[in-house]
Every structure is written in C-alpha cells, then in structure tokens.
Design a protein around this ligand. Structure first.
Ligand code: BTN
Length: 252
C-alpha cells in the first residue's frame, strides 16, 4: 500500500530490533526520507508519550510505529491529531477490535483503559512546509514487568481478542489506514474526520478535570474546534479552548 502514494521517491520501511524512539529516529532523518516512510521497532529504550511522559516499550510485545508525512502548509496540519486517532481506531477495527473510544486528543480507550497512544511531533513549527512524525503505540501483549511501570489503567489486544494478532498484520492495518487518512485529509481537510471523532469520542458532554501548568480546574467538554482544540465550559459558564500540547485531561 506504500506504493499507492504516487510519490517520486519510494518511501522506506525500516524495522529495528531496538531504538531509543521510533519518533526520534524518523525526526532525525526527516529531511532525507520521502513522505510516507515508516519506522518500526521491536523495542524502544526511550519511548516517549505526550507531555513528556515515558512510553514503556518492552521487546517483542507491542506495536511501536512512526510514519513521516509532509504538508505544504503547516497550518493545514491543524486538526490532524484527532483524525489520526480515528484512523488508528479504524485500523484496529480491521482486526476485529470493536468498541474503542477516543479520548481527546487521540488516546484510544476500551472501557476506560488505554489500548493505544499517539504522539505527533513536528520537525518545524514555522510557516511554510512542515514535516510531521506520527507515532503510534498499540498494546499487544503486556508483560507483567512492564505493567508494573504503567500508572494508568491499560488494556491489550491479547485481552480483547483472546490472542495477540501478528504484529506484521497489526502494522499493516494501521499503516493502511494512516495512509488513507493522510491522502484524504490533504484533499478534503479535517471536517469528515472531526465528525468521525465526535461519533466515537468519550469526552464530549462529560465533566473533566483540566491540568494546565500549575492550574487545575473542572469543566464540561462541549465540542472540538476544526483545529483540534477542545472547547470547555467551566463552572462559571466561561468558555475555554485548550490545545493538546498544553493540558492533561482526566475524565470526571
Ligand atoms: C501517549 O499516549 O502519550 C502517546 C504514546 C505514543 C507512543 C508511540 S510508540 C511509537 C512512537 N515512538 C515513540 O517514542 N512514541 C510513539
């Protein structure tokens, strides 16, 4: 499916036994690799999550995948974050995982427990062309030693399906959906994906605890904006718009 890109240069698929982080690996090579290139690893020694958190990445158990994409205009990538969650959800649906909910901005939860996480990092945040690395981690079979290091409820594919699907197949499903999303998104922008995100989210209409730096407040999540920001209304009726890079969100 990488061939359907129509790019002048064929994207590269690199599979490592172990890297610090597949996102970091692609970010460091973003200038020299074609759009659509993918990096996979069996293990990460410094797997990273959103907001500076660590992503526990034991060998041979889970999916650690990063995909490089380029947008002509950095502004066009606003709103992509939610869309990527929708695409990964769709990839897991191909494997028979139903009932995944999206927690803003793009966590994949199953009955409140985290199944997969997404970290999108930009090479350049300035105006003009922008390279993005889309990192996806999906829990396959969680070993007990790794589970002890995770400080939030989690679930894995092994538990949900009764077996862990072959990780090649898991990677293929996720990559196929990401590429389909990125092509469609370039053509049509975020509107359709925002609708899909709304259809499968577990945040809108709920009370949430928002941590923004040292400040913590409770509010009701009411909508998402086209740029992917979450729209909240606090107890005093004031409306807030918060960006994914700035806040931690807890469901009330
Ligand atoms: C989160 O939920 O906090 C995001 C987790 C993203 C983890 C993936 S694993 C592959 C890629 N490489 C990384 O270092 N992080 C992402």
């Amino acid at each position: 499916e990488l061939q359907t890109l129509g790019a002048e240069v064929t994207p590269e698929l690199t599979i490592h036994a172990c890297v610090p982080s597949t996102n970091a690996w692609l970010l460091a090579r973003a200038g020299g690799l074609p759009k659509g290139s993918v990096c996979l690893a069996e293990a990460q020694t410094a797997g990273r999550g959103r907001l500076g958190r660590r992503w526990v990445s034991p060998f041979g158990c889970h999916l650690y995948l990063s995909l490089l994409w380029r947008f002509e205009d950095a502004a066009a990538a606003a709103g992509l974050s939610l869309a990527v969650g929708v695409a990964v959800r769709q990839g897991l649906l191909r494997l028979g995982v139903e009932g995944i909910e999206l927690k803003w901005p793009n966590d994949l939860l199953w009955q409140g427990s985290k199944l997969a996480g997404i970290l999108i990092e930009a090479v350049s945040e300035q105006q003009g062309p922008c390279s993005l690395v889309i990192g996806v981690g999906v829990n396959g079979t969680m070993p007990a030693a790794a589970a002890r290091q995770i400080d939030q409820p989690w679930v894995d594919l092994h538990t949900l399906l009764g077996h862990a699907p072959p990780r090649n197949r898991l990677a293929a499903c996720v990559i196929a959906e990401l590429l389909a999303l990125l092509h469609a998104y370039e053509e049509a922008g975020p509107a359709l994906w925002l609708e899909r995100w709304r259809a499968h989210n577990c945040v809108l209409g709920r009370s949430v605890s928002v941590q923004q730096g040292a400040r913590v407040y409770t509010a009701t999540a009411v909508d998402v904006a086209p740029d992917g920001a979450l729209v909240l209304v606090d107890a005093a009726g004031r409306q807030h718009k918060v960006n994914a890079g700035d806040v931690k969100l807890r469901l009330g």
